[in-house]
Ligand binder design. Structure first.
Ligand SMILES: Cc1cc2nc3c(=O)[nH]c(=O)nc-3n(C[C@H](O)[C@H](O)[C@H](O)COP(=O)(O)OP(=O)(O)OC[C@H]3O[C@@H](n4cnc5c(N)ncnc54)[C@H](O)[C@@H]3O)c2cc1C
Length: 1058
């Protein structure tokens, strides 16, 4: 059965694959089974719940912590905190309500981890419907009861907010249920064990108790109960088997008696098999049905000591291409001849009179199936060997010459990926229920990135670890199963598909993954290594675009999940399950999109930089018209670009002089602005005026993903701060100046490309000064565009243009800093995505003037941060980030959140505000260019007093004046940026101050002229001019008051001339 048909099942416990040959026998199972003492005197088995019958809270917590970036072990530590009188134990004795528990527990976790911990979300996961009993335990309980023994569950559990006790088990499986919250007593209190024994009517020595916690087991053992420590349910069941003296699993794994509706005529089958196998006498034909295999019903047969498997088409009318068991038979037969390990197929019977439909028969093949891809219980070297064997067998499949084994017509030649994408897009569209933005982006992106060269080989189509049957004693693949999706195609799709588990969490309900495990510790090769291993074995060059193949594989899975979701909505599954499946589609499509983004960056980063480093200034001239949104512009006269007129080292005054990869990036950005940004402006502006304005616009979020995929992301981080290009695109300040100007032509582009203030300054601050822990906590989500941040310095009661005036206090208290202060004009603080406030305040009012201030990283969900009101700029709110007035009252922040150290706030502010502030100047040039372009278009088309406005002399003068002023300011911006690159921010202080003095006023004048040319329309929201004007004016404060920059320029001028 392929994944498609697995998903046809109605709930989330679908398994992915055929069970028909799968045998989950563990190493040493036989020894365990046959060496027990037999004839045991036990009369009951008592099970703990969490960690024995269902996953333990500790395990659930570990996964949840990874997914929520919470320090590992926080939850477990907090669960144990306070021992008997801690919140967890009191909760389990029902001494406190769920609400009180969550409050106390949340506080405890936050204190321990020094970060806010959303314990509600952990609690929801812990008690969610996804928590299910381990199948191996269900089977064991059935067998124990079938032998006449009693079963009990003895659980430390709690009451849910709906006043029901938390017991996600079928109570009918147990003769006795003892719950701590009902009794008001918890394990390891001996009274609760005695209560359980009393209800069972047994002596301690007559029972066996299974628990995962040492103290609970010790208390039971002290009473004389036999105990089994449960680390892994399957191993524990084996131990229990040995004690009880009978098997706890059904003979052939994953089988059951044949369902009434699935019965097949035994007599005609027996006759057929006798003929086929040449057998005369037989015992009775034993027939079982495999649990799964709903697509093609699959049966286990035992006849005359032969173990066989029969796989047939389902009854009824079938689609021509579906349930093609003939193909499965054909490929297995062909591949067996080519030395690929596959089950030994015996016969294909197309005569429907035997069992009602065509079928084929193969030998039953015992072996090990590793269902959990993290391979628990194995040594790292064994795990590596298993994955190497998997890789080797895949190479073996892909090395088969289709022609030589008669499979040349088994599928179409070439274009496998385009055909697959087309098929899955069609299937997705057919089952679409709502727009999933990641899917939309992928549908657009995939065809644009099809691999240029594709090989054609036999492909399995569903190649995963749990479709392989391994030898029980060595890392050798005995058989590759599930050939339903096999065809001829691009083999790299199989390689990528076999790495899905690398990127899925272990709690993923459909396919278990291990993205939350440490692969190095486990010994499992990373996906990249796995690809490398494959290429090496196949003698191929490294697969550079493997991210594309991963994106494609996850896209395909997402499309399948959507189909399942659609079907589940038709009523076959519970609504909770249906909702869960819907979320899975989105989750997987986002994973696919992450790979698309990585591929975008790879393409960009691998562009060769051909230009030599030169330190001379260059002016280039070539008359050239450059596009801007509403007309054409020719903003500079430049020479033909030559390799020396490049961005690395030389002053480049036109984008055409940039090095070729940066120039290509510039053009990509330009195209992106034209295709996506300008057309979205009206909608984005409407959102800012709507009732929903304090929530981020979904369109912005969508465009952010598009920008990411184009590699138009985090362009701002200067190479000098990030020389290894670890975090950003590695552009110089001067290269970025050209791109930043282009982004500045729209008010929305900077955020779309994750290049907007104040996040850029804060990210740079973290890159330059943050500790590794601070980077992990704050920088990464900011770089990913998942979080936003603000910078809090300005205070209403003091003149904040002089930072030494800042009065907010930062006081030490135990291992915390406590902050108190009143701030305003804090840009971005109202944004619901804002998670970090970079706070400036005084740690030591008695220190020298420039060492009194410090910078602290304050999580926005810390208690005591009170937003008083949003401020407006000429009536504009600038939602959703806004500019807030905020009170900080006794805000406690862990000491580790201090940046660099106490008293170093000034140093940081200078580092932060250097490049960050010149970005505003770069954008102001962009505002001005757009305003001038709009003006030119307008005056050409509008007629007053008998002739177009453009022919009025004053207009010509205004246009000329604006062009000249823009060019002057641009040159100064580029010069400042260039000096910052060559000599550092400090040496460029004069140029930085000069451009900050010049750019906002220049932009205000240029935009004002454009507004004037537009008439009253220029003041409206129909054009971006009014907003441009507002921000240009505001930047004469926000970027530091003009007077302060003038004072700096004058001071330096006087110093130099002295
Ligand atoms: C849209 C916007 C966004 C902002 N975002 C932030 C933010 O995110 N975080 C933050 O902390 N702050 C922010 N600010 C505040 C901004 O940084 C301050 O307004 C600026 O530093 C000036 O401080 P102030 O308003 O206290 O003016 P004051 O310090 O009171 O200065 C008032 C005026 O005095 C004059 N003056 C000052 N110094 C001199 C001098 N040396 N010589 C002559 N005259 C002088 C100037 O005319 C100046 O404008 C923002 C402001 C705006 C408008």
């Amino acid at each position: 059965m392929c994944i498609r048909s697995c998903f046809q099942s109605s709930c989330l416990q679908w398994v992915w694959r055929t069970a028909f040959l799968k045998h989950t026998q563990r190493r040493h199972q036989v020894a365990h089974r046959w060496t027990h003492l037999g004839g045991s005197t036990y009369r009951a088995v008592i099970f703990d719940m969490g960690g024995v019958l269902i996953p333990s809270p500790g395990r659930v917590a570990a996964e949840w912590e990874v997914q929520n970036h919470i320090p590992s072990g926080t939850i477990l530590k907090a669960l144990m905190e306070g021992g008997e009188n801690g919140p967890w134990m009191r909760f389990m004795r029902a001494e406190i309500s769920a609400e009180k528990f969550l409050w106390e527990f949340g506080r405890l976790c936050s204190e321990m981890s020094k970060t806010s911990v959303p314990v509600d979300s952990f609690f929801s996961l812990l008690t969610s419907e996804r928590v299910k009993q381990f199948p191996v335990m269900t089977e064991a309980i059935t067998q124990i009861r079938a032998k006449g023994l009693q079963t009990a569950v003895l659980s430390n559990n709690f009451y849910l907010p709906n006043q029901k006790s938390f017991l996600p088990l079928d109570r009918k499986q147990f003769d006795v249920v003892v719950e701590s919250c009902v009794e008001g007593i918890c394990k390891p209190d001996p009274r609760i064990y005695k209560l359980c024994l009393e209800r069972l009517g047994l002596q301690p020595s007559e029972s066996i108790f299974l628990d995962d916690l040492g103290p609970n087991l010790k208390a039971a053992a002290n009473l004389g109960i036999h105990t089994i420590k449960v680390n892994d349910p399957e191993t524990a069941v084996k131990e229990l088997e040995a004690l009880l003296g009978f098997t706890l699993s059904i003979g052939i794994p994953n089988t059951r008696p044949v369902r009434k509706t699935m019965e097949i005529p035994k007599d005609s089958l027996e006759k057929y098999l006798k003929d086929l196998l040449g057998i005369q006498t037989t015992g009775p034909l034993e027939l079982l049905q495999f649990d799964h295999g709903q697509s093609n019903p699959t049966y286990y047969i035992r006849l005359a000591n032969r173990d066989l498997v029969l796989r047939k088409k389902p009854p009824g009318t079938l689609l021509p291409s579906a349930h093609a068991i003939e193909r499965e038979f054909r490929i297995m037969k062909a591949l067996a001849n080519a030395g690929v390990p596959v089950p030994n197929v015996l016969d294909l019977c197309e005569d429907s009179s035997v069992v009602g439909t065509p079928f084929y028969v193969m030998e039953y093949c015992p072996g090990l199936i590793y269902k959990d891809p993290s391979l628990p219980g194995l040594e790292p070297s064994q795990r590596r060997a298993i994955y190497t064997a998997m890789n080797t067998v895949l190479c073996k499949i892909h090395s088969v010459d289709p022609q030589a084994v008669g499979l040349e017509d088994y599928g179409k030649q070439g274009d496998y990926i385009p055909r697959q994408v087309q098929t899955w897009v069609k299937q997705y569209r057919a089952s679409e229920t709502s727009t999933i933005s990641a899917m939309e982006r992928l549908i657009e992106w995939l065809p644009l990135h099809f691999p240029r060269q594709q090989r054609t080989t036999v492909v399995h189509g569903d190649f995963r670890l749990d479709n392989l049957l391994f030898h029980s004693e060595k890392p050798e693949v005995l058989a590759v199963l599930d050939w339903e999706l096999s065809t001829l195609g691009d083999p790299l799709a199989d390689v990528a598909y076999s790495c899905l588990a690398h990127y899925l969490p272990s709690s993923f309900p459909v396919l278990r993954g291990f993205n939350d495990c440490d692969l190095t510790q486990l010994g499992i090769p990373t996906a990249e290594e796995y690809f490398r291993m494959y290429c090496l074995q196949m003698g191929l060059p490294p697969t550079e675009n493997w991210n594309f193949y991963m994106a494609f594989s996850f896209f395909r899975v997402a499309a399948i999940l959507q189909g399942v979701y659609k079907r589940s909505l038709t009523g076959q599954a519970s609504s909770a399950n249906a909702e869960q499946t819907g979320k899975l589609t989105e989750f997987v499509s986002n994973l696919a999109w992450d790979f698309a983004v990585k591929e975008g960056f790879r393409v960009f980063k691998e562009m060769p930089i051909k230009n030599p480093l030169t330190k001379s200034f260059h002016t280039c001239a070539r008359t050239q018209s450059q596009w801007i949104p509403t007309g054409t512009r020719s903003y500079s006269s430049i020479l033909e670009a030559s390799p020396v007129h490049t961005s690395k080292g030389g002053l480049v005054i036109s984008p055409e002089g940039l090095s070729s990869p940066v120039r290509e990036l510039y053009h990509r950005l330009k195209h992106f602005m034209e295709q996506h940004v300008y057309p979205a402006e009206t909608e984005l502006q409407s959102h800012q005026a709507s009732a929903a304005r304090w929530s981020p616009s979904p369109l912005i979020e969508d465009l952010k993903e598009k920008a990411k995929a184009e590699g138009l992301w985090n362009l701002f981080l200067p190479l000098e701060a990030d020389p290894e290009k670890k975090y950003g695109a590695g552009l110089t300040n001067m290269e970025y100046a050209h791109l930043c100007e282009l982004m500045g032509t729209s008010l929305y582009a900077p955020e779309i490309c994750n290049c907007s203030a104040p996040d850029t300054g804060n990210m740079e601050l973290l890159v330059r000064y943050g500790t590794e822990a601070q980077k992990a906590r704050w920088l990464i989500p900011l770089l990913e565009g998942k979080a936003r941040s603000c910078f809090a310095m300005t205070e209403p009661q003091v003149a904040s243009s002089d930072a030494t005036n800042i009065e907010a206090s930062i006081r030490e208290e135990d291992s915390f800093y406590v902050i108190n202060g009143h701030k305003w004009w804090i840009t971005g603080i109202l944004d619901p995505r804002c998670q970090l406030c970079v706070f400036m305040g005084k740690t030591d009012p008695h220190a020298p003037r420039h060492q009194q201030q410090s910078v602290l990283l304050v999580p926005m969900d810390t208690p005591g941060i009170k937003i008083i009101r949003p401020l407006t700029v000429y009536g504009l709110e600038d939602a959703p980030g806004g500019h807030g007035e905020v009170q900080f009252e006794h805000v406690r922040v862990p000491k580790e959140n201090m940046v660099l150290g106490p008293g170093r706030g000034f140093e940081i502010a200078q580092g932060r505000l250097g490049p960050g502030r010149i970005h505003h100047c770069m954008r102001l040039i962009g505002f001005s260019e757009r305003a001038l372009a709009l003006m030119k278009a307008r005056v050409k088309s509008r007629v007053a007093f008998g002739k177009p406005l453009v022919e009025q002399g004053t207009m010509l003068a205004d246009i000329a004046q604006s062009r000249v002023e823009i060019e002057q300011a641009r040159l100064l911006v580029l010069r400042a940026a260039h000096l910052m690159d060559l000599a550092g921010n400090k040496a460029a202080a004069l140029d930085i101050a000069m451009i900050k003095m010049v750019a906002p006023s220049m932009a205000s004048r240029v935009i004002d002229r454009a507004i004037q040319a537009f008439g009253a329309a220029g003041l409206s929201n129909d054009y971006p001019l009014a907003q441009f004007f507002t921000w240009a004016r505001a930047l004469r404060f926000a970027d530091g008051p003009d007077e302060v920059h003038r004072a700096t320029v004058a001071k330096l001028e006087l110093k130099h001339s002295a």
